[in-house]
Design a protein around this ligand. Sequence first.
Ligand SMILES: [Mg+2]
Length: 367
Amino acid sequence: MENRIILHIDMDYFFAQCEEREHPEIKGKPVVICVYSGRGGDSGAVSTSNYEARKFGIKAGIPISRAKKMNPEAVFLPVNKELYQDISDEVMEILRGFSQNIEQESVDEAFLDITGNVPDFEAAKELAAKIKNEIRSKTKLSCSVGVGPNKLIAKIASDFQKPDALTIVRPEEILQFLSPLKITDLIGVGKKTGERLNELGVRTIGDLSGMSAQDLIHEFGQAKGIWLKQASQGIDDSPVVGREGTEQIGRIITLKEDTIDPAIIRDAINVLSEEVYGKLAVRKLGFKSVTFVAISADFKTHTRNHTLETTAKDLDVIKTTANKLAQTFLSEHQVLLRRIGVRVANLKQEKGQMTLGEFNKKEIEYI
Ligand SMILES: [Mg+2]
């Protein structure tokens, strides 16, 4: 495979950072985002915490009740998926402005293949800094970026010195970079494999690269053994692949004041629809589902969704569908609305255009 330059962008403590942005008064305090199980009380687990909370040992996965014992003064908030999705859309749109060759990995992570955009790693470093700045100025959030010759290295690099970091690993620096890292830092090595390798006396990625492929195959089987050997040397040919069908395009705004006035809501929906349509039109995308999002004055999020029979591409369809969904919602709920949004999904490239997926599909010569 030709020499590539890949970026991995990872938003820092994303959910908690989104909440800090929405509620500036909690900034500087330990913030813990919780997934409540719905069984009442503090039953549930921590989803994310900010760095102040991590100082108390509060991290993702631990029970909420335990986190409360670790620091009863921390700010505990329930997950607000609509807010995170909205900010995620903003971030992904910024990234798309830099390269169409993008693979969104999760709500707050993405790979960009910028091989065709920059001549070398120096220019890649400048571009990565520019991306960080633009994300900060437009969303007020920090992220960490890794730059490397493939996805594996870029992803390990973005995690290397969080938060707000930029780590470049040039091809000639791969072995030196990987060698001292723990084997579980190698993306793809899970807890079980890590434990087995530890038993074999293998602690660092350097130790792992010292093992023979034969021994690794003997221990883990053909596919995994070969993968471990290659990964320990920083070899990864997996391409950056756009995932069609998972993307959504939307906009949410905060209304000037909390309202239930249908005329104000209709005007806002029309403006939002035009913005969403603008984003679709630039990329020649059609859509098959429309969602109306309403966040009431008590911060509850409501969504109403409609799936069309066929893929549409007209502004009118967005406007009409979103307004109908809003009318139905308002007839059922007499609540003041604080924010409203319009979102489209099930996106499809218009006929005659190559889809992002097809465009990026290269032969996977993985193992
Ligand atoms: Mg993250």
